[in-house]
Design a protein around this ligand. Structure first.
Ligand code: GLU
Length: 302
């Protein structure tokens, strides 16, 4: 079995400097530890025509290369279906007919944390099921047997988070991210998951699901996001943030790569040359604040 790291972008638009920084980190983690590096396009949802090609080109432009062919989630429905079937056979799923509104308005179950699914459809009788099935298509939820789960993260240490009856397949038939990511990582031999720390809170759900499916739990490292000068997540409205936009204001891809490397305390230059200095223990733990192209490190000759 391969030992691999990966980057798994959703092709919803162009990657910004924050996404590129996460990709470079995932590459450095994997390569510095002798792993392969895989690229998986998470196109089940939010895919925009043309976005994938631009994302792949931009990743290569900052030195993020990958082994083997790019994998696309839309080609893997059979794998996801098989996993859901296994869980269903084990009595670990149920059909849910709730609308978003109904979930919002439902009184939360005693002791269940905010935002957790209240379990409305967990114990429907056969008669109730028949009636609901006639009115709307069902989503499939996990029948979770725990309320929380603990994962080990290389940067965050031991992290305990909520596990509710989360959705495995939406009622429009699309596989949910939490199921697809677990199935894919295991099937692709990914034993190291490096991604933005906005996904840390989803990780206990994913690790629990992997354990139910008898799949190995990868090593996790959730890396700090890039924030704008107001402390909010970097977004399109923060000015020139993609390679295309930065090129238009005079900053070549190699220069953007160098600025990102410097923000990580690593030497500027080809990404591969940073491998020798890369030490996860010495990574900055806080978010990187992107001040736009006014920031001194981005001014040519500064
Ligand atoms: N596709 C997800 C995203 O772009 C990342 C999923 C992951 O790395 O697990 O936010």
């Amino acid at each position: 079995m391969t030992s691999a790291g990966r980057f798994a972008p959703s092709p919803s638009g162009e990657l910004h400097v924050g996404n590129l920084r996460t990709a470079m980190l995932a590459w450095l983690f994997a390569r510095s530890m002798g792993r392969q590096f895989l690229l998986r396009v998470e196109d089940l949802d939010r895919a925009r025509a043309g976005a994938e090609a631009v994302q792949l080109r931009d990743l290569e432009a900052v030195g993020v290369t990958w082994d083997g062919a790019v994998v696309r989630q839309t080609a893997r429905s059979a794998l996801y279906g098989a996993a859901i079937e296994r869980l269903t056979k084990a009595g670990l799923t149920y059909e849910c007919f709730c609308t978003r509104r109904e979930i919002q308005d439902a009184p939360s179950a005693p002791h269940s944390p905010q935002g957790a699914y209240p379990g409305t459809c967990r114990n429907l009788s056969t008669a109730e099921l028949e009636i609901r099935r006639a009115s709307r298509p069902a989503a499939i939820r996990l029948r979770s047997e725990t309320a929380e789960w603990t994962v080990e993260d290389r940067l965050h240490g031991s992290y305990t988070g909520v596990v509710d009856d989360f959705v495995l397949r939406r009622n429009d038939g699309v596989t949910a991210y939490n199921l697809a990511v677990v199935v894919d990582d295991a099937e692709q031999g990914v034993d190291q998951v490096v991604r933005g720390d906005d996904l840390l809170s989803s990780t206990p759900r994913q690790a629990y699901l992997a354990s139910l499916l008898g799949l190995p739990i990868p090593e996790y490292a959730h890396v700090p996001l890039v924030l704008n000068r107001y402390g909010a997540r970097l977004a399109k409205r923060d000015g020139a943030v993609t390679l295309g936009e930065l090129a238009a204001v005079g900053l070549a891809a190699g220069e953007v790569r160098d600025v990102i490397l410097q923000s990580l305390g690593l030497p500027a230059g080809e990404l591969g040359e940073a491998l020798g200095s890369f030490d996860p223990a010495r990574l900055p733990r806080g978010p990187w604040i992107w001040n736009g192209i006014q920031q001194p490190t981005l001014r040519k000759g500064a």
